[in-house]
Design a protein around this ligand. Structure first.
Ligand SMILES: Cc1cc2nc3c(=O)[nH]c(=O)nc-3n(C[C@H](O)[C@H](O)[C@H](O)COP(=O)(O)OP(=O)(O)OC[C@H]3O[C@@H](n4cnc5c(N)ncnc54)[C@H](O)[C@@H]3O)c2cc1C
Length: 581
């Protein structure tokens, strides 16, 4: 049986995770009155949404039907990858595979290794599962999170996983729209509505052409001309743009500066919590590509509740029922090596060691860099990680005493400090409140704010909200009253996607024969996202199933150790396979 405490980390774990989101929660630790270990419950199918009627702006939860993703190439490819792992030849002896980190990447690795017949042991430093999708409960039982999370139609591995776990009805789909606040018309929103009747990319083109509030026709034409090489030359062009920032690319393609102000600032902040003058253009093109090539790619869903309970628990339950386990409060402190440089054991903060046949890091890149053994440090596979640095971000929650005129959707604030926000009292069942709103907001760029007090951050957020809701919110509290708030800071979140990061992202297979790495920063085509984390886990599991000939009678011996010379990067596939005894 599996124990976890999803609410409220301890001081020890906060520092171990390197995520001051948890340190921040520590500051509020006195308020975590309901921090008791609770049993993970079986995946319970939530009731299907009652109201599926299309509404434009609402204060009620009104979900849209799940889009038909089956049959799309990306969904079927992801399903095929799952099938490969579920259908892998059963091992004579399941491998004991030790995974450090129970974020989505570590949990995904464990799910698919268990599906392939192995026994994963997941070690998590925090007392709860989820990492960046972690969540906490306040003294009144209200949930607050490390980050506001959106699920896209263009997340095929996410969509397959929830189907495999039987929890796909936990996704609350919204209208196929992108909705932006209008800085020059406070209180107004501008919508890009993707018509259901048109295939991709026509639905996207239609959505852009129909919107005349944000860009003028000449601006739209110049923007489209700028994007032409990406459409003509496809992936090879997209990859080459990694060395340019969005701002550099705009200058090169003669895209008017107003497109930056109207579109790219909001996009860059939403994609990587930074501004366009820092963000690699490749990121924007990858996102646009997915959204324009897949009919439902930009369709968004919210999970119906917090991720630790509604998503991570069923994942942990899946592998726990198949011989795996997850241990919370188990911080990896050191990687112990054998004389040949392979991993001997994971040494935990309490001094104990955990041994296995194979070891996986599913920790954030900023932590991995600190734990790489000195003997491995010169290998390019590990030394290149230095370029990948987590970006600060802040997640703000404000509970109001009344209902605000919001929309049942994700909203791009297009204000200097806030990025995206949502009224969770209408978007997600767990927060549903017919009488009062709760705004959850991503505060970015956060570089200059991460060291400021929570009160400063709330004051700054309210100043921006006053502009977004001029008839409802005043910072002086003369209109809607703030009932309570929570600020969660993450000084190092996803890696900052500045130019030239792509060559530094490591594949899941490391040069060390019994060591693999997964995580949203590792090589996969979905950037640093939940989809990227889940896919990295699947790719890690696939690499292990391929490398270790597990249907052979014994896997007790370790694979041959690999040369540790400088420049030894990825070992040949032949060497990476377990030699049958
Ligand atoms: C504010 C915010 C908003 C976001 N919004 C979205 C969104 O809308 N859509 C989207 O797709 N993505 C979004 N993301 C990104 C998404 O959350 C991440 O890409 C994804 O969750 C990363 O998963 P991971 O498993 O790779 O890493 P993590 O979630 O960081 O997991 C790593 C785990 O390792 C554990 N760990 C660390 N050190 C140790 C140690 N020494 N020993 C053992 N365990 C350790 C950590 O505690 C953690 O649980 C958002 C992120 C943030 C911060």
């Amino acid at each position: 049986m599996l124990l976890l405490c999803p609410w409220g980390p301890s001081a020890d774990q906060a520092s171990s995770s390197g995520c001051h989101a948890h340190g921040q929660c520590l500051a509020q630790r006195a308020q975590h009155t309901n921090c008791t270990a609770s049993l993970i419950r079986p995946a319970v199918r939530s009731r299907p949404s009652r109201n599926r009627r299309r509404v434009q702006a609402t204060t009620r939860c009104a979900d849209f039907p799940r889009p038909n993703l089956e049959g799309t190439t990306s969904f079927e490819n992801a399903a095929a990858l799952s099938a490969e792992l579920y259908g892998a030849p059963r091992p004579e002896r399941p491998l004991r595979i030790v995974i450090a980190g129970a974020g989505l990447a570590g949990l995904s690795t464990a799910v698919y290794l268990a599906a392939a017949g192995h026994h994963p042991i997941v070690l998590e430093s925090n007392p709860y599962l989820g990492g960046k999708v972690g969540a906490f409960k306040d003294e009144e039982g209200d949930t607050y999170e490390v980050g506001l999370h959106i699920i896209f139609g263009a997340y095929p591995n996410f969509q397959n996983l929830v189907k495999e776990l039987g929890i796909e009805d936990r996704l609350q789909w919204k209208s196929h729209s992108m909705i932006f606040a209008m800085p020059d018309s406070p209180g107004q929103f501008s919508r890009f509505d993707f018509p259901e009747s048109l295939p991709a990319p026509l639905n996207g083109v239609w959505a852009i052409l129909r919107n005349n509030e944000m860009l003028t026709w000449p601006e739209k034409i110049q923007f489209a001309l700028g994007l032409l090489p990406a459409m003509v030359f496809g992936q090879s062009y997209v990859e080459k743009q990694d060395s340019l920032t969005v701002t550099d690319w705009m200058k090169k393609q003669n895209v008017p500066e107003r497109v930056n102000e109207e579109v790219f600032i909001a996009m860059a902040k939403a994609l990587n919590f930074i501004d366009p003058h820092e963000l690699s253009m490749q990121v924007v093109l990858i996102a646009l590509n997915r959204f324009l090539q897949e009919k439902h790619g930009s369709k968004m869903a919210f999970l119906d509740g917090n991720y630790p309970e509604r998503m991570c628990a069923p994942m942990a339950e899946y592998f726990s029922q198949r011989g795996g386990e997850v241990r919370v409060n188990s911080r990896l402190q050191r990687i112990d090596l054998n004389s040949d440089g392979t991993v001997q054991s994971f040494r935990l903060a309490d001094g104990s060691t955990v041994e296995g046949d194979i070891y996986i890091s599913a920790m954030p890149v900023d932590i991995v860099k600190k734990l790489v053994p000195a003997r491995w440090a010169d290998m390019p596979y590990f030394s290149r990680l230095e370029k990948l640095v987590g970006v600060p971000v802040i997640n703000v929650h404000i509970w109001f005493d009344r209902k605000l005129s919001t929309v049942d959707h994700l909203l791009f604030s297009r204000s200097p400090l806030l990025s995206v926000y949502a009224d969770m009292s209408v978007t997600s069942r767990e927060h549903a409140d017919p009488n009062r709103s709760m705004l959850e907001m991503v505060f970015a760029p956060a570089e200059g704010w991460i060291g400021r007090s929570d009160q400063d951050i709330i004051d700054a957020s309210l100043r921006e909200l006053e502009r977004l809701f001029p008839n409802e919110i005043r910072q002086d509290g003369s209109m809607a009253k703030v009932r309570k708030w929570k600020v969660v800071k993450t000084p190092r979140s996803v890696y900052k996607t500045v130019p030239d990061c792509e060559p530094c992202r490591p594949p899941q297979r490391s040069p060390i024969s019994n060591f693999y790495m997964v995580g949203d920063y590792t090589k996969q085509k979905y950037l640093a996202s939940m989809e990227g984390a889940l896919l990295s886990g699947k790719l890690g599991a696939k690499a292990i199933v391929e490398d270790w000939n597990t249907s052979k009678p014994s896997t007790a011996g370790r694979r041959p150790s690999q040369p540790e010379t400088k420049g030894a990067d990825v070992i040949p596939a032949t060497l990476s396979r377990l030699q049958p005894e």
